[in-house]
Design a binder for this molecule. Structure first.
Ligand code: S3P
Length: 423
């Protein structure tokens, strides 16, 4: 069922929490499927994307029981799935599990929803073929068929694109095939796979460019998943632009490969404090406090933009309130996310009278005084467009979205959390 919902202007106040990190949840489940004894993963992300990974791993033979946001996982010898793996809306599920199947010498078919079937699978397929897997895509997309290998040929990979999903697919191929793997030429994409492998006792070294996985993880243990920075992002921006806000978001993952949004917003003049930073299960966690602030336009560097790759729609919302132009470049892949996010930003901001210019590798926003009077935003089923619309409404006035259910991909409790903060 598809239903509409409406968001209102209003300050955000008090203390909130966001669900567990989606990226870390996928990875913890996948590596749990390698653990000979059950491990507990707590604060697992409750959205449909992570559910897609759980169901797929169960179809491959992993034992996974869930109780609320806790999962008990163990694995061992995986087997070919009986049915095609349905990755639903989740690019991470597709690309990372292709790596698992490639390394574990499994045969599987992969498919997904209409959005996922439009997204590029050839870059990850090309790198896994170099390992020795056979992969047939449908014109570079899903549905696809994969036959893994038990004799990996290449173990050193130059990443075709700086993608954490592709890097992780190659590392998982190594882990599930028990072979060392090196990846090179990354540009600082998120490093959760590397951190979790280290936490599980693998001999691994990594920096922003190169990962060397030398020995396999052997000390599997329970994982507490950090709050999802990408979920917190909508509240960080909403509290910045909605006058009179004073909000604290507790227990949020602040891995520097994810927090480009904070860097950009602080440069724009935002009032954000990151406090009580400590490490849990190999990841930095903190409380983030935000008070509303006046913003100015900036040029967002490609490095910052890559570390905010899922936050560009909501960064564009902040830019709509900034005096002057904000330019975001180095993000060509924005058009190939869950929807075309350049088009999504144009639809979103034009509903409030703000003009946007599509650049060959990014977007420019001419900020000012966005005003909304109840326009209905088409989300194209994209959860991040839906939540960015809610953040925009907090500062600009009433807006509707045509597809509330899309939010459940990553943050089923989003609307309730927002209403609580705006009470
Ligand atoms: C993700 C990596 C990013 C990001 C996606 C999640 C991950 O994609 O956009 O939402 O968990 O590794 P790319 O690897 O395609 O950049």
């Amino acid at each position: 069922m598809i239903s509409t919902t409406h968001f209102q202007a209003g300050a955000l106040r008090g203390r909130i929490r966001v669900p567990g990190d989606k990226s870390i949840s996928h990875r913890a489940l996948i590596l749990g499927a390698k653990s000979p004894k059950p491990i507990e993963i707590r604060n697992l992300n409750p959205g449909r994307d992570v559910q897609a990974t759980r169901l797929a791993l169960q179809a491959l033979g992993a034992a996974i029981d869930t109780d609320g946001d806790t999962a008990r996982v163990s694995g061992g010898a995986l087997h070919d799935p009986e049915q095609p793996i349905d990755c639903m809306n989740s690019g991470s599920t597709a690309r990372m599990l292709m790596g698992v199947c490639a390394g574990a010498n499994l045969q599987a078919r992969f498919t997904g929803d209409a959005s996922l079937r439009r997204r590029p699978m050839e870059p990850v397929a090309a790198q896994l073929r170099a390992l020795g897997a056979h992969i047939e895509t449908s014109n570079g997309t899903m549905p696809l068929a994969i036959s893994g290998t038990n004799q990996p040929q290449t173990r050193r990979f130059i990443l075709i694109t700086p993608s954490a999903q592709i890097k992780s697919a190659l590392l998982f191929a190594g882990v599930f095939g028990n072979v060392p793997v090196t990846t090179m030429a990354d540009k600082g994409s998120r490093d959760h796979t590397e951190r979790l492998l280290d936490f599980f006792g693998a001999d691994i070294s990594f920096d922003r460019s190169t990962v060397e996985l030398r020995t396999m993880p052997e000390h599997f243990r329970d994982v507490d998943v950090a709050g999802d920075f990408s979920a917190a992002a909508f509240f960080i921006v909403a509290a910045t632009i909605a006058r009179g806000s004073a909000l604290t978001i507790e227990n949020v993952g602040v891995n520097p490969s994810r927090t480009g949004l904070i860097d950009a917003l602080q440069q724009m003049g935002a009032n954000i404090r990151v406090e009580n930073t400590h490490e849990r299960c190999g990841e930095p966690i903190a409380d983030i406090s935000i008070e509303s602030a006046k913003l100015r336009g900036i040029s967002v560097s490609p490095d910052v933009a890559l570390r905010a790759i899922d936050e560009i729609p909501v960064l564009a919302v902040a830019a709509a309130f900034a005096q002057g132009e904000t330019r975001i470049t180095g993000v060509r892949e924005l058009r190939a996310k869950e929807s075309d996010r350049v088009a999504a930003i144009e639809r979103l901001l034009s509903a409030t009278g703000i003009s946007v210019e599509a650049l060959p590798n990014g977007i420019a926003i001419h900020g000012g005084d966005p005003r909304a009077t109840g326009a209905m935003i088409e989300t194209h089923g994209d959860h991040r467009t839906a939540m960015a619309a809610a953040a925009l409404a907090a500062g600009a006035g009433a807006l509707g979205i045509d597809d509330e259910e899309s939010i459940g991909v990553s943050f089923p409790g989003f609307i309730a959390t927002l209403r609580k903060a705006q009470e």
